[in-house]
Design a protein around this ligand. Structure first.
Ligand code: AMP
Length: 710
């Protein structure tokens, strides 16, 4: 039996509910007052009554102070409360009132009790904020099937109607935020490929710029600043928004400022407005390009741009986007699309079926019905990481574990090394971060996870920590001890005061628990590696990075052919190394300052003239701790004796060299460059991933010899 579900757009200013009717068609449900949108406003009465929606908005317009609105922006902020008649309400409590009203109104229309719902949130909401959306749903008596991103929901509402396979950018410019989402719609799937955005950029910035423009003119004329008076400043912001909207219709209008008995009237043309705000539109275009670049695409790879959000009504948005694409799509009702997309997802989730899509009416002239089955796939909007010390212990850093734009749900396992003691309980404290910042202060701290129950081991113990992103974008952590394969206890604590992350780790604790390991991966990319071998090497290198403890290790990447190219200096940032690994078969993307030696004719393929050891010694020169160089070779190098001579200098410098060969590699040469017999390994192309994984394991367990001595 089909379960009735609803999709809810829980908006900052208004909310909307939709469902799938008995014919499988998405419909918006009207509220008690007969409106398809409900203001996200809550009013409190002395007697304890709580009024939500249109009536609450009316109460607010009469100037009553016991009314809450715009609280969605504060969702997940533990310090934000509003107090009415002596009682405190969090944004979650207030959102629950809205959701309860939407649920009750939907039940009235449908004549049935409803519990199952999908709720939307802005793409930039972090895991904590998404958790709060779920909590609000629960408080309202809803079983929240999942929380999905607003632009994804809008794109689903559009995509479900789309007959064609297409790759689209969803350009969503609202009042305070900008989101851009790269989507691929196929016969089977509506998939988000990548997402980006700036939640400090929206229509309000255009209003601010317009106000400044007029205020400057007023100051020139009257030598007075009307923004010094806060009431006038507010009035001018409202006037700026109205002027902006007028300029969407007309090419010229007037901005009037009356202040301190002076009155200025300034004509402003659409062209002047567009010139003054060009830097803002350019910021949105840069983000579009960055989301395309995340998938190695540019404007010519997309079929069109779907416009979402009130600010896309500005003609400037269209004219700028038209410079990059011929196809601008308006095909959705901005007020309703998000709820409709959520309703489709709710129906998919609750009824465990693929949505059946009629792309052509059977009664249409073409006379056929085409049915498509589509599932919906989304990605993480922000990276997940943890706090670590950098290699020289001068600062705390954010090491990324699950980079943004990874499909959700997802789970990544990373090893964590530690020294244990037989005299005390052994615990690990993991501070999980969300965001792209290189430093912890640039990220949100999702929680302090205390992993306990670790059994004492001689040498280093290794715990495999799993980071799970569920389908709503919320995060969970679990852990196992590698040697015992035992699940460990994980407790989530409030992270508390995080100001220690601005201090120097060495000052807080002079003795490091573990020595830092620096690994330099060196890949032979000469002509014989072209095609499958380099692709296998890329996969194996990614696997290596995923299986190494980046809180205690740094990884760098070099390629060697006719020249040596430093693709990535040793770093604990998995995103940086990952990007570098992906350039192994695209050397033309590498900045010229990273290239050593004679010019390389990239078009004509590459030979074996260079050797990597001289540059490796330079790279390791100022690095303390354990130094490890892993060389992957598949052919015979032009000057092997010279390479061996330079490799020996590496050994003398304390750099452990491991040589991994396959294909046409010379076994004797591998032995000569390796720092010990155990570190020369001959493998085959299909085993590369496995071999890299074993090496990651050995390094993680604190050893430097890759093979056991017989
Ligand atoms: P949203 O958050 O999607 O409802 O978008 C709200 C933003 O759209 C506000 O900044 C409005 O000023 C802006 N907006 C609405 N209508 C227009 C219009 N006709 N021209 C320019 N901006 C508009």
């Amino acid at each position: 039996m089909t379960v009735i579900t609803i999709g809810i757009d829980l908006g900052t200013t208004f909310s909307c509910v939709a469902t799938i009717d008995e014919h499988g068609k998405p419909i918006v449900l009207k509220n008690e007052d007969g409106n398809s949108i409900t203001p996200s406003v809550v009013a409190f009465e002395r007697a304890g009554n709580v009024i939500v929606g249109d009536e609450a908005k009316n109460i607010q317009s009469l100037g009553d102070a016991n009314v809450a609105s715009f609280f969605k922006r504060e969702m997940g902020n533990p310090d934000f409360y509003l107090t009415f008649y002596g009682k405190q309400y969090s944004p979650t409590d207030l959102s629950a009132y809205i959701l309860a009203k939407l649920k009750a109104d939907a039940e009235k229309v449908l004549g049935k009790a409803i519990t199952k719902a999908v709720i939307t949130c802005p793409a930039y909401f972090n895991a904590m904020q998404r958790e709060e959306v779920k909590k609000a749903g629960k408080l309202a008596g809803l079983d929240v099937l999942r929380v999905i991103n607003e632009p994804t929901a809008a794109a689903v509402a559009f995509g479900i109607k789309s007959e064609k396979e297409q790759t689209l950018l969803v350009y969503d410019l609202g009042g305070g935020t900008f989101d851009v989402t790269l989507m691929k719609i196929t016969a089977d799937e509506i998939a988000v490929l990548a997402t980006d955005g700036n939640h400090q950029l929206g229509g309000k910035d255009w209003d601010d710029t317009l106000r400044e423009y007029a205020v400057d003119k007023f100051q020139e004329e009257f030598a007075e600043n009307p923004l010094e008076d806060s009431a006038t400043a507010n009035d001018l912001l409202v006037a700026a928004e109205n002027t902006k909207k007028t300029l969407s219709q007309k090419t010229t209008t007037n901005f009037v400022i009356a202040y301190n008995g002076n009155k200025g009237r300034y004509e402003i043309t659409r062209e002047q407005f567009e010139d003054a705000t060009k830097h803002l539109i350019n910021q949105t275009l840069t983000l579009c390009e960055s989301v395309l670049a995340a998938k190695q695409m540019d404007w010519k790879n997309i079929d069109g741009v779907l416009l979402v959000g009130g600010s896309t009504r500005m003609p400037q948005v269209e004219s700028e986007l038209k410079k990059h694409t011929d196809n601008l799509l308006h095909g959705i009702n901005v007020d309703e699309a998000v709820a409709i997309g959520a309703a489709i997802q709710a129906d998919l989730d609750a009824n465990e079926k693929h949505y059946t899509l009629e792309t052509k009416q059977s009664s249409s002239k073409s006379g056929y019905t085409l049915e498509g089955r589509r599932t919906i796939r989304d990605v993480t909007g922000q990276s997940l990481g943890m706090i670590a010390e950098n290699a020289d212990r001068s600062k705390y850093i954010n090491t990324i574990i699950i980079p943004r734009n990874t499909n959700i749900p997802s789970c990544e396992v990373r090893p964590f090394q530690l020294r244990t003691s037989s005299r005390q309980d052994n615990e690990i404290e993991v501070y999980v971060t969300q965001g792209e910042g290189l430093l912890p202060s640039g990220c949100v701290i999702l929680g302090k996870y205390v992993i306990s129950g670790i059994t004492h081991e001689k040498g280093k113990a290794v715990c495999d920590i799993a980071y799970h992103y569920d389908k709503s974008g919320t995060v969970e952590v679990s852990a196992k001890q590698r040697s015992t394969d035992k699940n460990l206890t994980v407790r989530k604590d409030n992270p508390g005061d995080m100001s220690w992350t601005d201090l120097c780790p060495k000052d807080r604790d002079p003795e490091p628990e573990l020595e830092h390991v620096t690994v330099l991966l060196t890949v032979d990319t000469s002509g014989s590696m072209c095609g499958d071998p380099i692709n296998e090497a890329i996969k194996a290198a990614h696997r290596f990075v995923n299986e190494i403890d980046l809180t205690h290790c740094s990884v760098g990447l070099m390629m060697v052919a006719d020249r040596v190219l430093m693709l990535c200096y040793p770093t604990q940032n998995s995103k940086e190394i990952g990007r570098a690994i992906d350039t192994l078969n695209r050397p033309s993307d590498i900045p010229s300052e990273n290239i050593y030696g004679a010019p390389l004719n990239l078009d004509a393929g590459v030979g074996n003239a260079a050797q990597p050891f001289t540059e490796a010694r330079q790279c390791f020169d100022n690095i303390d701790g354990i130094k490890f160089m892993l060389v992957l070779a598949d052919g015979v190098w032009d000057n092997q004796p010279y390479a061996v001579q330079e490799a020996k200098k590496c050994h003398a410098d304390g750099i452990e060299v491991a040589a991994l060969g396959f294909g046409g590699a010379d076994k004797k040469f591998l032995h000569d460059i390796a720092s010990c017999e155990e570190n020369a390994i001959f493998t085959n192309m299909n085993q590369l991933g496995e071999s890299f994984s074993k090496i990651a394991q050995v390094i993680t367990e604190g050893k430097t010899e890759l093979q056991r001595r017989n």
